[in-house]
Design a protein around this ligand. Structure first.
Ligand code: PLP
Length: 454
């Protein structure tokens, strides 16, 4: 048990919703823990902002030194319903008192079935669906590909430039970026091919149809449609830089996949569950994927992931071909049901859209006075700015300086992008407008401070 746990501190929305620093960042207790971490935890497991957490809730993370930081990361798009959301805490506590594990493949429990029913009901399309539950996003992606190959009897899989799908062997192969995700970890899974995507800020403003034509031509010429089991795409790319494809791009790919017997897989691990101001990012353009992959926001911080797809595709795998010891753990299912209840009934989709309007408005105003902000983009509570130098080239150094300034000022700010030059905003949907504005003030100060440092 942690020697630092303070029983009087409670997380969740009752935590004081104010940014307040009482030590430098990181403070002495966090620094001591960091030293222990370096001696005990494998080097490859990094920490972006080396503070250690005591409690979290709403839009605040309280660290072990007593600093209250604004959370613009949600643990990478996970705690949409808020950290330690009361409904999630109650559901998990009640479930923990009943049983914590059976392995669903040994004896079943209703929570798993209820989550599957909810996913079948809520994901895009009103066709007959089936779901299967797993632990992580990468594990779910692997299973989506497994099923697509089994169903089609084909092997090739297409992924996209700037795509990110995880750190397991198959998902490393699907992921585009070498450092830090792939470098030195090969060989990678075979029969994975990468094609260009739609990246309006960097592809000269191709229309969705034009960008899709380039990708499809490459697939047809270099792989052959009849060899292709699946294409997997994030409707808005996450790690790749919050890239929103041009209108019509996803629909053109999806239509082509359907016409060619290719399973169209939407990886909504980061975009799913209200994050983008719709329940799923596919909903913005009426895309109905054959399989949708979800995780992160689904269970308020408990490890759960899922794939949901057309019944005939999902049911093609033989009994025992899918599963895992912990897959669809009962605590995670209880957390998911409480989270889904919040997504459906607490106005979180609308809240995500409102957060997006506030952030886009403020960031666009900043961009008007600062040419280093080359692009402001995103949807809902998934917004980013892409920073560039005077030649329009990606400016990763500036991005790092902005993030460091924000960290020191008590704002958890994440970066991403193939070129490391994107600042991304992923606040919990439980955050207040006051905290959003305060955090964005810090970002404006960060940009101003780096301007005077040049
Ligand atoms: C789009 C997408 N797919 C897959 C993953 C992998 O999920 P996990 O880290 O839970 O394995 C992520 C994680 O960031 C992601 O953003």
């Amino acid at each position: 048990m942690s020697t630092l746990s303070a029983p009087t501190i409670v997380g969740g929305p009752t935590l004081s919703q104010r940014r307040e620093l009482v030590t430098e960042i990181p403070g002495p207790i966090s620094r001591a823990l960091l030293e222990r971490k370096q001696a005990a935890v494998a080097n490859g497991v990094g920490i972006s902002l080396p503070v250690f957490t005591a409690a979290a809730g709403g839009g605040i993370l309280l660290d072990v030194d007593g600093n209250s930081l604004i959370d613009f990361g949600s643990g990478i798009a996970v705690t949409g319903v808020g950290n330690s959301a009361p409904g999630v805490v109650d559901a998990v506590t009640a479930q923990a008192a009943l049983f914590t594990h059976t392995c669903f493949s040994i004896t079943g429990y209703d929570g798993y079935v209820e989550v599957a029913e909810a996913l079948n009901r809520l994901t895009p399309g009103d066709h007959d669906k089936r779901s299967a539950l797993f632990n992580s996003g990468a594990e779910a992606v692997e299973n989506a590909i497994k099923i697509a190959r089994h169903y089609t009897g084909r092997q090739a899989v297409v992924a996209f430039d700037h795509g990110y799908h995880g750190r397991t062997n198959l998902t490393m192969a699907l992921t585009a970026k070498s450092m830090p995700y792939k470098s030195g970890f090969g060989p990678f899974a075979p029969e994975v091919y990468r094609v260009p995507t739609s990246y309006p800020f960097r592809d000269g403003g191709l229309t969705g149809a034009e960008a899709a034509k380039i990708a499809i031509t490459q697939i047809e010429k270099q792989i052959g449609a009849s060899n292709l089991a699946a294409m997997i795409i994030e409707p808005i790319q996450g790690e790749g830089g919050f890239v929103v494809p041009a209108a019509g791009y996803l629909a053109a790919l999806s239509d082509w996949a359907t016409a060619n017997g290719v399973v169209f897989i939407a990886d909504e691990v980061q975009t799913g569950f209200a994050r983008t101001g719709d329940l799923f990012a596919c909903d913005h353009e009426g895309i109905v994927p054959d399989i949708i992959v979800t995780a992160k926001g689904i269970a308020g911080g408990l490890p759960l992931s899922a794939i949901t797809g057309r019944a005939e595709i999902m049911d093609s795998a033989h009994v025992g071909g899918l599963g895992g010891t912990y897959a669809g753990n009962p605590l995670a299912c209880a957390a998911a049901l409480a989270s889904i209840d919040a997504f459906e009934n607490d106005g979180l989709v609308e809240r995500a859209a409102a957060i997006g309007e506030l952030m886009l408005g403020r960031l666009r105003a900043l961009a008007e006075t600062d040419t280093r902000i080359g692009d402001v983009r995103g949807r809902g509570a998934m917004i980013a700015i892409e920073l560039v130098d005077e030649n329009g080239e990606p400016d990763a150094a500036l991005t790092g300086r902005v993030a460091s300034f924000a960290h020191a000022a008590g704002v958890i700010l994440l970066t991403c992008g193939t070129y490391g030059n994107v600042v991304r905003f992923l606040p919990p949907l439980a955050i207040s407008d006051e905290l959003l504005n305060d955090g964005l003030d810090v970002v404006a100060d960060a940009l101003a401070s780096t301007r005077s440092a040049v």
